[in-house]
Design a protein around this ligand. Structure first.
Ligand code: ZN
Length: 289
């Protein structure tokens, strides 16, 4: 099974007498989960991680997301130094401390969210983007605190908020502490609402658990990316609970839009323009910089 970890094209073109060439092409291609075509990774990056053949939306990391939304990809990060103190000294297959260390090394981030301010179509905004590669984008005390501080900054400076969710939900390793973040963020969003400042929630693949059950569904507009998995509990748990077969496309953006749970499904390539237009509608055109 050792070949299984390599990219799929390599087993189609075995080159035992030309191993150098095999090594060099490895990792340059990716198979599309939508149309099964082989895509050159450079092409994929150039199209914001969307398949040019079928429009399948691959996941996008937090930095890619911020670069895509901010004018010229320029932004200023806040609270990057915040890191979890492991309040429960939690240990599963490995200790939470070790897990955090390896995640920090892999992502160069201290936790699963980047909070940043910058311009979007010339308007100052605060964007929080979750990092799905950091323990599944799970929400613990650090994410809760960073989002809450972002909301408070938005209120102080009277600037709109965007949160891009990509999360498996609350972070198991922080137990009840992570569940409390739902209430903490929701209360802060209430104050944002009272200040009449717009908040757009962008739900990307996957947005589940406590994140869906709180901040992701509390936007003035909740918009999803095409094909994104959005839900609270997983489909198997629901089927077992209600003892019914679930319909096709259940918990995907398009299904949620049809059933009134989302306001729009917006392609990644149109996301920035869409959000800019929504803020124009909410608060008027951006003041000339
Ligand atoms: Zn495709």
């Amino acid at each position: 099974m050792s070949w299984f970890k390599r990219d799929s094209h390599t087993d189609k073109q075995p080159a035992p007498d030309n191993s150098e060439r095999t090594v060099r092409t490895e990792g340059l291609w990716r198979k599309c989960d939508g149309c099964r075509e082989i895509i050159w990774k450079k092409d994929l990056e150039a199209s914001l991680n969307v398949c040019v053949k079928c429009g399948y939306h691959f996941r996008l990391d937090a930095r890619g997301r911020l670069e895509m939304l901010f004018d010229d990809g320029v932004y200023e990060e806040s609270d990057a130094e915040l890191a979890s103190s492991d309040p429960l000294e939690f240990v599963d297959q490995k200790s939470y401390k070790e897990r955090l260390q390896s995640m920090k090394a892999a992502t160069s981030m201290n936790d699963a969210l980047i909070s940043a301010t910058g311009l979007l179509h010339g308007r100052r905004v605060n964007i929080c983007a979750m990092e799905p590669k950091f323990i599944g984008g799970s929400m613990g005390s650090v994410m809760g605190e960073k989002i809450t501080r972002s909301i408070e900054r938005c209120i102080e400076s009277n600037i709109p908020l965007i949160i891009v969710s990509a999360s498996g939900g609350a972070r198991m390793q922080e137990g009840a502490v992570s569940l409390m973040q739902m209430a903490k963020i929701s209360a802060a969003l209430m104050r944002l609402d009272e200040s009449r400042i717009p908040y757009i929630s962008v739900l990307t693949d996957p947005t589940t658990g406590g994140v869906t059950a709180s901040l992701a569904m509390l936007g003035d507009l909740n918009i999803g990316e095409p094909g994104a998995l959005i839900g609270f509990a997983g489909p198997r748990v629901i089927e077992q609970t209600i003892r019914q077969k679930l319909p096709d496309g259940f918990q995907r953006s398009e299904f949620l839009l049809k059933h009134g749970m989302l306001d729009a499904v917006v392609k990644r390539s149109e996301m920035k323009a869409w959000i800019g237009a929504a803020f124009d509608f909410f608060v008027g055109p951006a003041a000339a910089a």
